[in-house]
Design a protein. Structure first.
Length: 133
């Protein structure tokens, strides 16, 4: 079921690259998305999200940000709207609206997830009933 959510999340993820806290361009969110399965006692849980080292800006996109200041140190710079900006400088950021693409992917694929889990469970039960593993 996590593969279903992952596929949809990649479709819904915003295009483009972000900046890390050093002002360097990071990989796009859709490339950073991945899934893993965790085992908690007798329960398996699928987790879909971004790999932080590849896209540390994911949480800022997903949850949004309020207005804030960005201190650009001396000697550092990046491009903003095609224009080079160099420090030292205090930038006033207006904030960003949340884009909860992973949550949307989960909600939009809920029925497909249930169907996939049902089929997997039915297959497992059939194997156990026939004496196989």
């Amino acid at each position: 079921a996590s593969q279903i959510v992952l596929r949809k999340a990649r479709m819904l993820a915003p295009r483009g690259d972000g900046l890390n806290n050093q002002g360097k361009v990071t990989t796009s969110l859709r490339k950073s998305l991945d899934k893993k399965i965790k085992q908690y006692q007798s329960t398996a849980t699928g987790i879909v999200g971004s790999r932080y080292r590849i896209a540390p800006h994911d949480i800022l996109v997903h949850e949004g940000t309020g207005p804030h200041d960005i201190l650009l140190p001396a000697g550092k710079g990046f491009r903003l709207g095609g224009r080079p900006i160099r420090g030292p400088r205090l930038l006033k950021h207006k904030g960003a609206t949340a884009n909860r693409f992973i949550l949307k992917a989960f909600n939009q694929t809920f029925e497909a997830q249930k169907r996939a889990m049902y089929l997997k469970l039915a297959d497992g039960i059939a194997k156990l009933a026939s004496g196989g593993k």
